[in-house]
Structures are given as C-alpha cells and as structure tokens.
Ligand binder design. Structure first.
Ligand code: HEM
Length: 221
C-alpha cells in the first residue's frame, strides 16, 4: 500500500479516536452535557470504548475476508484508543460517580455483575496495552505475545456482557453489539477451521500455501 494511503488511514483512526473526547469537551464548554452530565459522560465514554474495541477486533476478520494487509496495521492504534477510553470511563466512575469512596466502589464491584465484568475487561486490557510495542513483541517472543493478545476476544465478550447487564429493559443497542461480536468471532472460528482442514489435507509444506485469505485475488494491499 502507498505510504500516503497508510498515513491517511492512520490519520482517520486518530480522528475517530480523538473525536468523541473533543465532542465531550465542546459540550462541557457549551454547558450542554444534558440534565445528568455524569451519566452522559460515562455512557458516551463507555459507548466509544466498546466501539473502538470492536473496531480493533474487526481488523483481522477484515484481512481474512478481503486479503488486504492494511487492516492489521491499524489494530494496535485502535486497541490503544480503546484502552484510553476504558481508563477515562473508569476514572469518571471513580472521581465523579463515587468521589474516591473506595468502600462503596469495592461493594459495587462485588455486588453488581456489570461492574465486576467491566472491571475484569479493563484489568485484562492493561497487559495488552503494556505489551503493545515492537520492543515488547521481541522481548516476549511472537508466539507468547500472540497468546497473550488472544485475550482481546475474552475482553470483547466481557465488554458486551457489561453492556447487556447494565442496559435497561427494551434498550436494543447491546444486542447489536453482541451480534457484531458474534459475527467477528464467527469469521475467526471459520478461518481457523478451514486452516486446520487444509493442513490435514495437504502434505507437509504445502499446507501453508493451501489457505489463502478469501479476497487475496482482489488486492494484497
Ligand atoms: C473495556 C471496559 C469497558 C467497556 C467496553 C465499557 C462499556 C460501557 C458501555 C457500552 C456502557 C453503556 C453506555 C450507554 O448506555 O450508552 C457503559 C456504562 C457504564 N459503565 Fe462501562 N465499560 C467498561 C468498563 C467499565 C468499568 C471498569 C466500570 C467501573 C468499574 C464501568 C462502569 C460503568 C458505569 C457506571 C456505566 C453507566 C451505567 C448506568 O448508566 O447506570 N465500565 N460502559
């Protein structure tokens, strides 16, 4: 892919990543954070954490289905933005929702399943964010690094559960996110199964060539 296109795609991710924060700052400056500003800010940040996480999870299925290599180059940035949004979402909960009342926060984590799974998702995101650099991939070795980063699927499931469990009756959005996640995981599973089948069929050495990304013939960039 041309360098210019790569730069443009990354700039697009930065714009999507910074946009919601700019939107919240603008609403705060204009004094229009709704009648319940804490809830509005918490929910906006939560929504964008989930969207960025799913966007990050969508990059590999997109590569599998299209054969394009570029989606994978955006995965790290999307994942880091998801982590930053989760951290701010959590900070708003600590500072504005509970005002550092560690006792009620601890009780919430134990008593409310949606807080428990949200906490777990955020905790699991920390090692992924901390090992997202090229230096850490080298230090861990690519096999161990890939195993660790497979946690992102569990995080996706926990994040969707968090939303499903906190949403009020009749709210449809969490089901749409759950369907999107199921689709993304389904593509990964299907790809794994066809790779295993190809490996079983093909003699040693040819197996690697047997499974091409579905859309490889269109373009490899
Ligand atoms: C990866 C981690 C997380 C994701 C993806 C996430 C996502 C979300 C989403 C999508 C919402 C609902 C937004 C809406 O209704 O429009 C939400 C709300 C909320 N989240 Fe999270 N969240 C995460 C972590 C956490 C953590 C760690 C906490 C606190 C310990 C937390 C506390 C809350 C609270 C208090 C609400 C508002 C509930 C309400 O409206 O009553 N979240 N989050």
């Amino acid at each position: 892919m041309a360098r210019r296109t790569r730069v443009l795609l990354k700039a697009g991710v930065w714009a999507v990543g910074l946009g919601p924060i700019a939107f919240l700052l603008w609403r705060a400056w204009a004094g229009s954070l709704t009648a319940n500003p804490i809830s509005f800010v918490t929910n906006t940040l939560g929504d964008w954490t989930l969207r960025l996480l799913l966007a990050c999870l969508a990059m590999t299925p997109l590569r599998i289905l299209s054969g394009w290599a570029w989606p994978v180059s955006l995965r790290r940035l999307l994942g880091l933005f998801a982590f930053v949004y989760a951290a701010i979402h959590f900070s708003v909960w600590i500072v504005l929702d509970h005002f550092f009342d560690w006792g009620t926060m601890g009780a919430d984590i134990v008593k409310r399943p949606y807080v428990t799974v949200g906490m777990l998702a955020l905790t699991l995101l920390v090692p992924l964010a901390a090992t997202s650099t090229a230096g850490m991939i080298r230090r861990l070795g690519s096999r161990a690094w890939r195993r660790l980063h497979a946690l992102v699927y569990a995080i996706g499931v926990l994040a969707v559960l968090h939303y499903l469990w906190l949403a009020k009756k009749g709210v449809q959005d969490p089901y749409w996110y759950a369907a999107a996640l199921a689709l993304l995981l389904g593509v990964r599973l299907w790809d794994r199964v066809r790779r295993l089948a190809a490996r079983r069929r093909a003699p040693l050495g040819e197996a690697a060539l047997a499974v091409e990304p579905v859309g490889r013939s269109r373009s490899s960039t």
